[in-house]
Design a protein around this ligand. Sequence first.
Ligand code: NAD
Length: 509
Amino acid sequence: MRLEDAARLTHADWISKAEETRARAETPLFIGGQFVDAARGGSFDNISPVDGRLINRCAAGTGEDIDRAVAIARASFDSGEWSRLAPRRRMEVMFRWAELIEEHAAELALMDTIDIGKPITDMIRVDMPQVIECVRFFAESIDKVLGSLTATETDVLSTVLREPMGVVACISPWNYPLLMAIWKIAPSLAAGNSTILKPAEQSPMSSYRVAELFVEAGGPPGALQVVNGLGEAAGQALGRHMDVDKISFTGSTEVGKLLLGYAGQSNMKRVSLECGGKGPHIFCDDLPDDLFDRAVRTAIDGVFFNMGQVCSAGSRLIIHDRIHDRFLERFAELGRTAYVCGDPLDPSVNLGPLIDHGSQARVLGMIERARSDGAQVVFGGSAPQGALARGAYVEPTLLAGVGQDDFIARQEVFGPVAAAIRVRDDDEAIEVANNSNYGLQGGVWTDNFRRAHRYVRELHCGTLFVNSFEEGDMTQPFGGFKESGNAKDKCFDSLLAYMNAKAAWFRLN
Ligand code: NAD
């Protein structure tokens, strides 16, 4: 079912579709175009964060499965069936793939909602359109990649060719299961690599289905395989593999650092990292009323959307002294009710549970610690009771009176928690914003262009928004500085990052 039809489904429709999907939700490994059990027969429980019920048992791939998938990927790459396919033929397969994803959009959306408890409305409205756009963007880009002739002596032809790298392993997180996977596998495939995806263990369902659709679209089975498994087993085996040429990773900074280590201890494979964040969202004191109101509403979405499980969330609200109290008052007035906790299958719900009960306990513990460090809980701060008590829910929470060096201002929460920090002036705002190990995304709201320009120049973030937040399209590079990582996703340059530049020097005389 396509998105426009899915948008008309009711809560009851989604419940019945979810039951059907759960009933056939098997997730064996997808190796060489076949669904197979893990070589050692291992599996683990996939538990719903909505009610603690078992969703299914997932095959747990280990090093042996990774070895098998890598050998198939290498053979496929060497055969040239995908890597040397004429760019326009590769493009046709990718366009067919996008078409199939569009036809199955409701099914794929539901899989992510079941796995991680993400509101179905967000899947239909946000994730799936971006998934489809991403595949089309990289399909369109395939024959726009140019090599070059360098400026050199007359009797020399000096060329630079762009070639696929070989076997690329993509390791993805659970917070946008299909979208984060597609941001990696689409450019990797477009570049001609044989690609292995290890999805997050909490959210494998949609990855298998999308890989199956790639083969249905005409992609060779060795070009895209999916091997789920625990990070320390399947993920580490990819990271240490001697025949994997590149790892493209999105996930925590902690695991990103491990992957750099694995590469150094194995074959020096390229490692592209998209890791954590603690986004500064700055509000200056020169906002006219309409911009002020838009700023508050955007700040609320910037930190509570997707239950705050967003690497680029604007989780540090850095507010100029003169508007601080008025800003928090309006934030509290709107923010208390903007996000409704409930069953993620209900199209009117926009706040589901966190990924699991461990995460819920961790986030509640961080709120408690902030409180004991002196922060005031303006609203939220606990888990909803009653019908939702079995789920891993946390209420949207606003903490005021946070100091820039407090634990809550420095640690990524990955939950719906905003920390408000009061600042005197632009100098202090910039100092506070840059006082972080992370540097992924930030935003600034001001009515003064010169001021905005100074913030853009001085903030250490990979992406900055002025009078907006979390917008953008496929042309915009997404990625951070410092411990937020070293890569860019989405843009045309990210396609080049899945290719090697090869220099050739032809002596002509
Ligand atoms: P995570 O690091 O725990 O897991 C991410 C992936 O790494 C999973 O597939 C996991 O199985 C795998 N993994 C775990 N241990 C591994 C190991 N030792 N070797 C190899 N692979 C291993 O992260 P998560 O909890 O799934 O996701 C949340 C984190 O991801 C947050 O920190 C968030 O900021 C970050 N994130 C970043 C971006 C970005 O684009 N910068 C986007 C989304 C999420």
